[in-house]
Design a protein around this ligand. Structure first.
Ligand SMILES: Nc1ncnc2c1ncn2[C@@H]1O[C@H](COP(=O)(O)OP(=O)(O)OP(=O)(O)O)[C@@H](O)[C@H]1O
Length: 303
């Protein structure tokens, strides 16, 4: 797999406090990588180090396969970001703001229409930015970050403070970028629901440590369905099933089934009834992604 970002034992200390603790991030090309963690977990500090805005205490960062310490300028030329509120002139229009930027960068004029179209602001191009909603301002910030055709876009909590329609437009924009522009996106959030909607890959950080990193699919697989049975004399019922070669899990007078097809559940119930046990309840227990995330990050900020 080709990794756009790879960190090795990336660490940041502030005095005695370890804000980022030996992080090994691997961000595959073409993914929307959701960097998820509660407030204060170390997300912003990590993003700042990736953008060369803060020096790591220890560890290394490779972006596009190159060492950030050695090839900082050539790497950052291909990275776009929105880590704080975007800076723009609010008395100018969106077009004029981008034109000012174009002059500095020496890009062709067509670029302005292209990025405005990409962030769906073409219709508002001639409106003054001071009349923009927060969502429109954020999108203008992303248009600016995209001006240079970056290969990596880093966004720190881009939907914070947006209204529902602003959130939806931002999500759609983020999802389009890898497909339409071959841009790998790194987006941080403290909300699992936000990451769940846009990310294809997830890194979970808690108290400075990376505690999960895999595809969103793998994370969903962890959120598996369980079938629970409440039966009479549960402990003996569990043993009878085991004696018949049916493997289940027994805990607190409840039997949990491993096999969950309709046929498998029916076979277990039949066996139990044949053996003289009463089946009181057959229930599905769904562990949501939220449950999993909360369990992973439980314990508060007591690093
Ligand atoms: N410049 C700094 N000086 C001292 N401590 C800092 C500094 N920046 C961050 N920290 C501490 O490092 C830890 C991680 O902060 P960071 O801002 O990276 O977390 P975060 O996950 O981005 O959270 P949030 O979503 O609240 O911004 C926190 O305990 C914070 O207080």
């Amino acid at each position: 797999m080709e990794y756009i970002v790879e960190t090795h034992h990336l660490t940041k200390r502030f005095g005695k406090e370890i804000a980022v603790n030996a992080l090994n991030l691997k961000i595959p090309r073409g993914e929307v990588y959701g960097f998820l963690g509660p407030n204060g977990a170390g997300k912003s500090t990590t993003l700042r180090m990736l953008l060369g805005l803060m020096r790591p205490t220890a560890g290394s960062i490779r972006i596009f396969g190159k060492d950030l310490k050695k090839e900082r300028i050539s790497i950052l030329r291909n990275v776009g970001s929105l880590v704080e509120s975007p800076s723009y002139y609010s008395h100018l229009t969106a077009y004029e703001n981008l034109e000012a930027m174009r002059k500095i960068l020496g890009s062709p004029k067509e670029k302005i229409d292209e990025v405005l179209d990409l962030v769906r602001l073409s219709n508002a191009a001639d409106k003054k930015v001071k009349s923009f909603s927060l969502g429109m301002k954020q999108r203008l910030g992303i248009a600016m970050a995209l001006f240079n055709d970056p290969k990596l876009l880093i966004l720190d909590e881009p939907t914070n403070g947006l209204d529902p329609s602003g959130i939806i437009e931002m999500r759609n924009l983020i999802k389009r970028l890898p497909k339409e522009k071959d841009i790998t996106v790194l987006i941080s959030s403290h909300l699992l629901s936000e990451i769940d909607q846009v990310a294809t890959y997830v890194g979970v950080i808690s108290k400075g440590k990376l505690i999960f990193q895999d595809s969103i699919k793998a994370m969903r697989n962890k959120a598996q369905l369980k079938i629970r049975l409440k039966v009479s004399d549960a402990n003996n019922a569990y043993r009878s099933l085991l004696a018949k070669g049916i493997k289940t899990h027994y805990q607190d007078h409840i039997i949990y089934l491993y096999e969950q097809s309709d046929e498998a559940v029916a076979a277990v119930v039949e066996t139990l009834v044949d053996e003289g046990y009463s089946v009181y309840r057959v229930e599905e227990e769904h562990q949501s992604l939220e449950d999993i995330f909360l369990k992973m990050t439980a314990g508060g900020d007591d690093r």
